[in-house]
Design a protein around this ligand. Structure first.
Ligand SMILES: Nc1ncnc2c1ncn2[C@@H]1O[C@H](COP(=O)(O)OP(=O)(O)O)[C@@H](O)[C@H]1O
Ligand SMILES: [Mg+2]
Length: 175
């Protein structure tokens, strides 16, 4: 089975993917490592302190693979059987990103991206998987998140509601 795990940095992709690979035995690919090591990038974005992914090369790499877990913030660009979108309350992100050496700019950018659901919106607007799981990791342990993903891999549906705009009182829906 082909599983992709995406989400804002700090949402728990790497932690959850390692655990999922351990319990299922499905080979795991950390996309940030893969992209850097194989040169699947077009340039280095200094301001964002990140490589700009060459999506075509990345897709080519996974094209004939039938069994993989791919985790990273570009995972949802890879066609798969199940795309898992992890979410986290943005108020928790600075804590989760602590110790990474990110600049205040980069932390703030990620908080804003999660608040505005940038990655989730990309997945919903251009799905590259027949099934999408949407999981709020805020009050869950990595083990609980893995259990939900396993349920999806067995055909179940997990689609949790989150609205960080509403939560923080910024919603335009209820002025
Ligand atoms: N479900 C969770 N609950 C609490 N903390 C978590 C959870 N998942 C991950 N973390 C912690 O958050 C931090 C970021 O997790 P990580 O897996 O590196 O995120 P990502 O790979 O999405 O950037 C780590 O310190 C990790 O231990
Ligand atoms: Mg990671």
């Amino acid at each position: 089975m082909r599983v992709t795990i995406t989400g804002t940095p700090g949402c728990g992709k790497t932690t959850v993917a390692k655990l999922l690979s351990k319990v299922t035995g499905i080979p795991l690919f950390h996309l940030s490592d893969l992209i850097r090591e194989r040169g699947f990038y077009t340039e280095y974005d200094k301001k964002r302190e990140a490589y700009v992914t060459d999506v075509e090369k990345l897709r080519e790499f996974f094209k004939d693979k039938e069994d993989f877990i791919a985790e990273g913030l570009v995972a949802h660009y890879i066609p798969s059987d199940l795309c898992v979108v992890l979410r986290v309350n943005p108020s928790q992100l600075p804590k989760r990103l602590a110790g990474r050496g990110y600049s205040p700019f980069k932390v703030a950018e990620n908080v804003e991206a999660e608040r505005l659901a940038v990655i989730a919106t990309e997945v919903f607007e251009s799905p590259r998987a027949p099934r999408i799981a949407h999981i709020d990791t805020t009050d869950k342990t990595p083990e609980e998140v893995v259990r939900l993903i396993l349920r999806c891999m067995e055909g179940g549906e997990v689609f949790e509601e989150v609205d960080w705009l509403e939560e923080q009182g910024y919603s335009h829906k209820n002025p």
